[in-house]
Design a protein around this ligand. Structure first.
Ligand code: NI
Length: 257
């Protein structure tokens, strides 16, 4: 079975066939899914999905690009959600300097506050970091994020940065980009990082792997990522599938099947 650790099935891209698609996942070998909140609204929809589908878990949090909408009372609401059994992480949170909206100081403020929330409620974080390698790492070190734990989703930095996160005990999330022709750095990172520290993700509906690049992504394409990782590491796909499944359960502390 494959564990998809990062999805956005609440996205409007799935409005036409959401139930049909989700109901087809188990038969296709996708055994667990974490749907990740990116805003207040999508966190609400995420919680609903966790109530409707036994194999869907949720992350509650506000993405840096949406953090301009956050207010103090939202933190209290998020904190309440983290007490739910199927809310397994705070995320996705972090910094996004590709989209410089809202301004950096606001992104940093809510990143730190949500990291702190995860620490207090003792659940891991799902980190989104784009074009912000240094600031993300600096904040995570200053905030001792190693004590919180979690995953750097859609890891897109160098091997040196990967080493820093591995040293902090973080997992690296690997998805469709691993199949792109120009993903030389990511392939180096996959070769370098221990398999025990990689988890698989789609980030669907975004980032579909080759040969579906540019189309709507879904967990059904994850076997392509399994194969890409197996090829880079020179091991059997079954090994990648089994180990990353265990890693996902370990990361989110999900132990029942
Ligand atoms: Ni995402």
């Amino acid at each position: 079975m494959i564990f998809d650790t990062h999805t956005h099935y609440d996205n409007a891209a799935f409005d036409e066939d959401r139930d049909e698609l989700l109901m087809s996942l188990l038969a296709a070998g996708i055994g667990k899914v974490v749907n990740v909140g990116a805003s207040i609204e999508s966190t609400k929809r995420t919680v609903k999905l966790t109530e409707e589908y036994p194999f869907i878990y949720g992350a509650a949090g506000v993405h840096p690009s949406e953090s301009g909408e956050m207010a103090e009372e939202d933190l209290l609401w998020l904190e309440e959600l983290t007490r739910r059994e199927k809310v397994v992480a705070v995320g996705e949170i972090g910094l996004d300097y590709y989209w410089k909206e809202p301004e950096i100081s606001i992104q940093k403020h809510w990143f730190v506050r949500q990291l702190d929330l995860a620490r207090r409620t003792k659940i891991p974080v799902i980190i989104h970091s784009r074009d912000a390698a240094k600031d993300t790492l600096d904040i995570m070190k200053a905030e001792k994020a190693g004590d919180v734990g979690g995953v750097i989703h859609c890891f897109s930095y160098s091997r040196e940065i990967a080493r820093e996160y591995l040293n902090m005990g973080f997992f690296l999330g690997i998805g469709g980009v691993s199949t792109f022709q120009n993903a030389r750095h990511l392939k180096e990172v996959i070769a370098y990082a221990p398999l025990e520290r990689l988890v698989l993700e789609t980030d669907c509906p975004y980032l579909a792997p080759v040969p579906y690049r540019g189309k709507r992504n879904s967990s059904l394409y994850l076997p392509l990522i399994v194969r890409a990782v197996a090829e880079i590491k020179g091991i059997e796909p079954e090994h990648v599938e089994r180990q990353t499944w265990e890693n996902g359960e370990h990361l989110f502390e999900i132990h029942q099947s």
